[in-house]
Design a protein around this ligand. Structure first.
Ligand code: CMC
Length: 429
């Protein structure tokens, strides 16, 4: 705490503690406001509500800053890999050489899923969205660890963390294989995290997958850029579900469902579908911008806008640069990249987007790189989930370790009917 604020309600003054974070962000602590005054605060969409204190990720939406445990994402994207960044997020520090090897070995050693689980995939139609499969499978993992589900026992949680990180990748690849009607490809423990994933996705019993270091690097960069984003919708979901002491798998499965929505992680799929439609139907970019501005059209420019970033999304900046470099190096010409750039330019020079500070977000260009890797559109949100997993885990652990142990339970302002009698059926109109 660093001082007191004052609020006057109905002419009465209430003193409220003021907190200042390490990056000088200020907050008024209203925990006792209702108890003292009878008032609650109302903040639809939680745009002005801090739900917790956290030491994991810092965002400055005006300056376009994003740091994990203090380290800028630009540096991590350039110098780190996804496994090391996951360690950083979850355990708070970059691993030393021994810790990194141990962590990698744990991930390699726990990549397989129970044979019985592979049969679950057969129950889904080939049209099943892989996010539906992913959330159900992750929740099902809990049934294999009944003796490790106590969220307040760090030894049990430590047992689960590398298993979940590794197995979710396997589940993601298997959900794709099943949708293609192909047999699953078992993980290989001598491969790194990203190479293993790409091989499980694209090898077949008839043909080995040739691992391409450029694609492996690109995947590492994308997963790092998605790895955490403080109290976004899915992470808040993981925290809220976790606050009831639901186990790790159940909490993460809930986060996957939250991520699926088109206003959140589902936007990356929507972006590419939008670009494909523009290409197929030859819709002029101007017309798309017009539709996005028309509130009655029900259409939004997908991959644009962000609750926090009001200048630029630093993740989008890295991805765009990376996308250009990768496609040029590989000699890939993707017409969707040209359309995306044209659309970005048109929107950024339009007053509607300027006034509302709407910029391309992380999802705007990520799909173009995923396409270059051969990853199908309906797997894009699954890729986001794989990337976000260490962030979800880090927040879930932080909440149990440093939180006050209270279940998350917002209040409301009731606006329904006041008390009225029950009307018997024969008297109802
Ligand atoms: N296209 C057209 N208009 C937009 C867009 C857009 N993409 N985004 C916001 N607006 C307008 C909105 O209509 C509103 O206008 P007005 O003030 O005249 O009513 C204003 O901008 C503010 O919008 P909002 O919905 O109140 O803003 P928000 O902070 O609640 O929503 C958002 C943020 C990301 C949900 C929203 O910008 C959006 O729907 N974007 C498209 C979906 C998308 O790309 N989502 C991925 C987000 S980044 C990855 C992630 O976090 O998952």
């Amino acid at each position: 705490m660093s001082g007191m604020g004052e609020i006057i309600l109905d002419g009465k003054s209430y003193k409220l503690p003021v907190l200042v974070g390490t990056e000088k962000e200020k907050a008024v602590d209203i925990t006792k406001l209702r108890q003292d005054s009878g008032y609650i605060t109302l903040d639809s969409g939680y745009g002005n509500t801090g739900a917790c204190k956290s030491a994991i990720t810092f965002i400055d939406g005006d300056l376009g800053i994003l740091r994990y445990r203090g380290i800028p994402i630009e540096e991590l994207a350039d110098k780190s890999d996804f496994v090391e960044t996951s360690y950083l997020l979850i355990y708070g520090q970059l691993p030393n050489r021994t810790q990194r090897e141990e962590f990698r070995n744990l991930l390699s050693g726990h990549a397989m899923i129970h044979e019985g689980m592979i049969k679950f995939f057969d129950g889904y139609p080939t049209t099943a969205h892989p996010m539906a499969i992913l959330s159900a499978m992750v929740c099902s993992l809990s049934s294999y660890y009944p003796e490790h589900l106590d969220p307040n026992d760090p030894t049990q949680v430590n047992h689960l963390v590398p298993r979940l990180l590794s197995k979710m990748r396997t589940i993601a690849a298997y959900s794709y294989k099943k949708s293609k009607g192909q047999p699953v490809i078992y993980p290989k423990s001598d491969l790194d995290y990203c190479s293993n994933f790409l091989r499980m996705m694209f090898a077949t019993p008839a043909e080995e997958y040739q691992i391409d270091p450029d694609m492996v690097k690109a995947l590492n960069v994308l997963l790092i850029l998605h790895a955490d984003h403080e109290q976004n919708c899915s992470t808040s979901t993981v925290r809220l579900v976790g606050s009831s002491d639901a186990n790790l798998f159940a909490s993460i499965a809930a986060g996957i469902c939250a991520l699926w929505g088109p206003k959140h992680g589902g936007a990356n799929q929507e972006v590419v579908e939008m670009l494909e439609l523009i290409e197929k139907e030859k819709v002029p970019v101007k017309e798309i911008v017009r539709r996005a501005k028309d509130k009655n059209s029900g259409f939004r420019l997908m991959g644009f806008g962000h609750r926090v970033y009001k200048n630029f999304d630093p993740r989008a900046k890295v991805i765009k640069t990376y996308c250009d470099k990768l496609l040029a190096k590989k000699g890939i010409k993707d017409p969707l990249l040209d359309i995306a750039k044209e659309l970005e330019e048109a929107a950024l020079s339009d007053d509607f987007f300027k006034e509302r500070k709407l910029y391309p977000n992380v999802d705007f260009y990520s799909g173009v790189i995923y396409r270059a890797m051969g990853i199908p559109t309906d797997m894009f949100t699954v890729m986001f989930a794989l990337g976000r997993l260490p962030g979800w885990i880090a927040h879930w652990i932080e909440m149990h370790r440093d939180g006050d142990g209270r279940i998350g339970r917002p209040r409301q302002v009731y606006v329904g009917d006041t008390q009225r009698p029950y009307i018997p059926m024969d008297q109802r109109k």
